[in-house]
Write a protein that binds this ligand. Sequence first.
Ligand SMILES: Cc1cc2nc3c(=O)[nH]c(=O)nc-3n(C[C@H](O)[C@H](O)[C@H](O)COP(=O)(O)O)c2cc1C
Length: 348
Amino acid sequence: MQIGPHHFSGSYFLAPLAGVSDRPFRLLCREMGAAFSYTEMVSAHGLLHGNPQTDGYLDRDPSETPFAVQIFASEPEVLARAGAEAVRRGADLVDINMACPVKKVCGTGAGAALARDPARVEAAVRAVAAAVKVPVTVKIRAGWDANELNCVEVARAAEQGGAAAVALHGRTRAQGYSGRADWSRLAAVKRAVRIPVLGSGDVFSAADALRMKRETGVDFVLVARGACGNPWIFRELRASEEGRPAPRLTRDEWAATILRHVRMQIEHRRGQRPRELPAEAEDHAVRELRRHLLWYTRGRRGGVAFRREATSVRTLAGVEELVERHFPRGSPAFELDPALANDPAAET
Ligand SMILES: Cc1cc2nc3c(=O)[nH]c(=O)nc-3n(C[C@H](O)[C@H](O)[C@H](O)COP(=O)(O)O)c2cc1C
């Protein structure tokens, strides 16, 4: 299991997730068994102009190798310079985002808009590959919309340009994140190229990830929303790869992981803003982490009451108090309630 020179111990990766796959969350997922992860998408222009937010995106734990940075822009030359800058700042792999559906991004010709033109895709990959000595990969969608399903052509263009792998999200840009991902597109791309293919879309459980690999033949599976609030999904997948049963998640381990995540988020913030007062850093980090708190409690009996209060929590001690009060040891609050599985209060 390999992309360029990088060998992986498993085939289940954490997908790039803007606002989510930051240093703390990537580390948690890797510790659970994710074989690889990416930064969230980073503006190539921002990277070149020294945008301070970029430093936060590029922050990583020293154990995180290989380190993959995802960049976006529309101009091959800008992508090439940003790729080189990402490598200078530690990237062992550069991924080009050709999948983002957001208007502001597509309006500049970047993200999913870039993939509308296979010749430009090839030029972009070729330019970045010429500028760096690390593997260059791309992340694409099934196409722009149902009338423009060009992923096979785009994947071939990326391969032609020198891509070391292609990741495919089986939805169109028009679908955004709704509707179903079309896994038949994954199988079609897998048949069309010789480079490794990474599949993405509708992996909400370990069973989904295993089924995607089996049904489509992709080499690697990206877990995205399915990892939000459930980094343990990677432990299940790792156990399955090793042919052993996955350890059951206990209430105490769950609570300890949430609190560790909060602590890591605070440290991450302090690392980025050394001049900020510790209380301010904590306040900011806990607010950043609120959406994770919602996800962690999704589907659990005590979740609805917890979430009502979690929207105003501001400190580590506050999170701890909330967890202990709403999910006391030995109470049924921690249990998953099938009736709450689609609880809209905790949507990604
Ligand atoms: C909140 C959110 C942020 C995302 N950010 C990125 C991103 O920065 N780069 C990228 O390539 N894909 C991004 N994606 C797409 C995911 O990587 C993934 O391809 C998509 O969610 C489909 O997988 P799923 O249906 O299993 O969630 C994002 C998705 C979500 C929900």
